[in-house]
Design a protein. Structure first.
Length: 527
């Protein structure tokens, strides 16, 4: 469950609640960040990391204590920095020089981005210090072409925005220079968390028509579903129309960042819960052209575009090693692999297939589940098939209808094929001694399973996973803090609460919040 405050826990199930939607859409050149060959800055403060200026994180992780006026408050809003700089996580650029009593820096603080090749974007977005609502009041931005000629330059004075868009459409720039001249408060360091080579649009209830999320996981890893996030915005200005010559349709690109959030109003303050950090996959101007709808998916979707083949057995190789290799091949760095997979050897034998299929085979061979977190992290988790402590309770007061309960067919035996090499195979069968008749589950063609022992482990795991036969479908008010693989209790009309693992979330927002949740649990019904 996504961490939330106690106030949120009370407000989310209150008889009357106010939900808020927010979508952050980064309409930037997706190739620009990877093409930056240098970031030049003045001397950095010790708690600074200029490389984070282009990592798509627009808020510091912590509000770190420093020796600047009013940046050492003992009100719980500040955090003491860790001696290990990396543990302070997102910091962005922080200048070593402080501005004067008038807010003016001496010398001015200049940040320059240079690229290997030219790029075009619909503007530039600078995020200063959102943690403290601080910003540069006076600054300039200049764009240069490949011959170092000025394409455009803008002098900004009396800025009051933490996230500023100082410059318009840029064509074929190869260098961007930002000069911070004056800060909004005296005796402060210059702080920039993120620079986006485009425009970051934030759609809220005045412009956000609706949004939805479908995320799913399979307890047996027999399928590998991809989360899908959709949102619809007001397009009465027709800026997303393909035929509008002054519109921004031409700047839309696949893999642009989309962040969805749903918040709950708590005494006038909105506590937002992320629905995910996704990549744009498709868009359309809807019929009548008054709205535009966008579809986004996580990095997991990229795996289908890469092929993998290995016909030679590997020695001293584990499923963990193979998963690392697959992610590296696809250029994906946002993943977490259960260390337990390091203890499961494999020869790595694979006939040509997609990396998505290979990842699914790794999960099956390692008795693991795959799902994507709200931070767009692909997780491989070895699942011991046990219902731990619940993170939340779903009661009848918050359901529109009593939950639907279905029972999957019972499994009598599992047959798993293992491969000594690509042409030599054998089968292990594990039988459920408590079942006289039932379904025979077969796992074939997974060439990463190479021994009878491993095949037996996989068969036993599949048998345990299929013991979660009770499928609960809940149509209810919803809680966006619920995540895949969470354990919840579900109230029934018989005065009991059943434990189950969340396997699917379908969240809808149209000015109000609703949800459909699927969860799987054990059954005490006699078969």
């Amino acid at each position: 469950m996504y961490p939330v405050s106690n106030e949120y826990k009370d407000a989310i199930y209150a008889p009357i609640r106010t939900a808020k939607g927010r979508v952050t859409f980064d309409i930037s050149d997706v190739t620009a960040v990877g093409d930056v060959n240098n970031i030049s800055t003045p001397e950095e403060f010790v708690l600074s990391n200029k490389q984070q200026l282009i990592n798509k994180n627009r808020e510091q992780t912590y509000n770190l204590v420093t020796w600047e006026p009013n940046r050492f408050k003992l009100d719980g809003s500040f955090t003491f920095p860790d001696d290990t700089i990396e543990n302070n996580k997102e910091m962005g650029f922080v200048s070593n020089v402080l501005c004067g009593a008038d807010g003016i820096f001496g010398p001015y603080q200049t940040i320059t981005f240079t690229f290997n090749g030219p790029h075009s974007s619909m503007g530039l977005t600078i995020t200063f210090d959102p943690r403290n609502n601080e910003y540069a009041t006076n600054f300039s931005v200049t764009a240069y072409d490949s011959n170092d000629n000025i394409i455009d330059t803008v002098e900004v004075e009396n800025n009051t925005e933490v996230q500023a868009v100082p410059i318009g459409q840029l064509y074929q720039y190869k260098k961007i220079k930002i000069v911070i001249k004056k800060w909004c408060k005296p005796y402060r360091r210059a702080r920039i968390v993120e620079v986006d080579f485009g425009v970051v649009r934030v759609y809220q209830d005045n412009s956000l028509i609706k949004m939805s999320l479908i995320e799913e996981m399979d307890l047996t890893s027999s399928t590998l579903p991809t989360p899908e996030f959709k949102f619809t915005v007001d397009n009465s200005s027709r800026e997303f129309n393909i035929l509008n010559p002054s519109g921004i349709y031409k700047y839309l690109q696949e893999r642009q960042q989309v962040i969805g959030e749903i918040g709950i109003d708590i005494d006038g303050t909105v506590e937002y819960i992320p629905l995910g950090n996704y990549l744009l996959a498709g868009w359309a101007s809807d019929e009548g052209s008054l709205t535009a709808t966008f579809t986004a998916r996580p990095n997991l979707d990229l795996l289908s575009g890469f092929d993998y083949e290995n016909l030679t057995p590997k020695a001293g190789y584990s499923l963990y090693d193979m998963a690392v290799d697959i992610f590296a091949l696809c250029g994906i760095s946002n993943y977490e692999i259960d260390p337990a997979l390091q203890n499961i050897p494999t020869k790595g034998l694979i006939k040509k297939t997609t990396c998505r299929n290979v990842l699914q085979m790794i999960a099956l061979a390692g008795c693991a589940n795959i799902f994507v977190t709200r931070d767009n992290v692909i997780k491989l988790v070895v699942n011991p098939a046990s219902l731990g402590d619940q993170v939340d309770d779903v009661d009848l007061d918050n359901m529109y209808k009593e939950p639907k309960i279905e029972l999957e067919p019972i499994v009598q035996s599992v047959q798993v094929t293992y491969y000594s090499d690509l042409d030599t195979k054998d089968v292990v069968t594990v039988t459920n001694s408590d079942v006289d008749s039932g379904e025979v589950l077969k796992l074939e063609s997974n060439t990463l399973i190479n021994t009878a022992t491993q095949a037996t482990n996989v068969a036993n795991w599949l048998l345990r996973q299929r013991s979660y036969r009770a499928k609960y479908s809940i149509n209810w008010r919803g809680n966006p803090a619920h995540e895949l693989n969470d354990v919840i209790t579900i109230e029934t009309t018989y005065g009991t609460a059943k434990k189950a693992i969340i396997t699917k979330n379908s969240i809808e927002y149209q000015g109000y919040l609703s949800a459909k949740t699927e969860a799987r649990g054990l059954t005490d019904v006699m078969d």
